[in-house]
Design a protein around this ligand. Structure first.
Ligand code: RDL
Ligand code: RDL
Ligand code: RDL
Length: 158
């Protein structure tokens, strides 16, 4: 059976990994064609190596890496570093690791931040599934200004 990895952090203020797990559990083939392997690490700087382990030791085909950069300026610098680590892990393993970051500063209202988080994690869980099983779904949306967590920007006028 194929394996899809989900890794999230204790630092995040939303249980992002469970949102991804629930989304994947609703996709066609769950439990038959693929299963989900879940890990949680302390913070987003720990995501890259955990994702690499999910790929190399747990044979995951694709990983969804969820993190929440805090609101301080230092956290933005750290987010950039964490993202670089995730990109390095993708290049080293040759597998997609979708970086799902929700910045605390994107939305000051806690309820709306949670909603944004649900939407972004859910959308990227579907994107991970499509990368693996339905690349034509991505191709259909080429150049359509698709976003995760907020309204789509839409295409520019032709
Ligand atoms: O490796 C242990 C920690 O360094 C690691 O877990 C960090 O990701 C923790 N962390 C910070 O040290 C920090 O300054 C995090 C943030 N900011 C942050 O904004 N979000 C995190 N972790 O998930
Ligand atoms: O791995 C999943 C996403 O992290 C990845 O697809 C990013 O490239 C998506 N993305 C951002 O997260 C972002 O903050 C993009 C932009 N900005 C951007 O400006 N242009 C993009 N993607 O193509
Ligand atoms: O234009 C508003 C947003 O699209 C823009 O601020 C993005 O950079 C927001 N964003 C992130 O900050 C991020 O870390 C996005 C993603 N990840 C993402 O994966 N997908 C997005 N936006 O559409």
């Amino acid at each position: 059976m194929d394996r899809i990895g989900v890794v999230d952090t204790m630092f995040a203020r939303v249980d992002m990994g469970s949102i991804a797990e629930r989304k994947l559990a609703g996709m066609e083939g769950f439990g038959a064609r693929f299963k989900v392997v879940r890990r949680t690490v302390p913070g987003f700087k720990d995501l890259a190596v955990a994702a690499r382990q999910l790929i190399e030791r747990e044979n995951c085909e694709v990983v969804i890496a969820c993190g929440m950069p805090g609101g301080a300026e230092l956290d933005q610098v750290c987010a950039h570093e964490a993202a670089q680590g995730i990109m390095l892990a993708q290049v080293l393993t040759g597998k997609h690791i979708l970086e799902v970051f929700v910045h605390a500063q994107e939305e000051p209202d806690p309820a709306r931040l949670t909603e944004l988080c649900r939407h972004r994690v859910g959308s990227h869980a579907v994107n991970a599934y499509w990368l693996l099983y339905a690349p034509e779904e991505l191709r259909k949306r080429a150049g359509q200004g698709i976003r995760q967590g907020g309204p789509d920007a839409g295409p520019l006028p032709a």
